[in-house]
Design a protein around this ligand. Sequence first.
Ligand code: SF4
Length: 244
Amino acid sequence: MKLEQNILQQRPEIDLTVPYGESRVLLHSCCAPCSGELIEAMIKAGIDLTIFFYNPNIHPKKEYEIRKNENIRYAKKLGIPIVDADYDVQNWFNKASGMENEPEKGIRCTMCFDMRFVRTAQYAKEHGFKIFTSSLGLSRWKDMEQINRSGEFAASFVDGVTYWTYNWRKQGGGARMYDIAKREEFYKQEYCGCIYSLRDTNNWREKNGREKIAIGEEFYQQKINDNHSNSPEHKPNVCFGGEE
Ligand code: SF4
């Protein structure tokens, strides 16, 4: 795994003890910006990780492909295996039926986390991983308890597989994810992912005199002001603090 020496040295030492003393981890990644911090933390800790990209919630396909390809780009740069799982979007829509107007952090999101984690846990079992975790909890816009419950729920169906409920936000993780996103100039998604979060974010933007989301146009850059993600005016329903 090739992380530049200066980046590796600059990262603080954080205690990353994998459950049961395991050294292999399957990382469910929601996107490159959120997983960047987890990837670099695990490399520094000497953890043998594989990235698992399974996010059929992301809509439209153009947005899905961009987010996935950003993850693949970074994984290849670092020499980390990445698994490109199904885009079984119809399966996601079937499960979301009747939940179209649920608010973020509600039951539709629980279904969405459960679905992604059950598939991740199954893959883990089939490929000899005893531990899996996810980048979904890194964003401060997400309910970490809700995500951890889904991870543990998924693991409960699969013998011998454990969800690692580490708090990736602590010890500066939340701030470093923005630094990494800017350094790597990752795509800057501006809504959580599904068609309903796109609709709701655009409705909020319209009410606040903002342009609708333009898919595929925004990328993190070194010059973006660090304070952009901390404004109280942001609508708190994005995956990665994309509102500014
Ligand atoms: S808002 Fe995000 S977590 Fe919730 S259902 Fe949509 S994509 Fe999934």
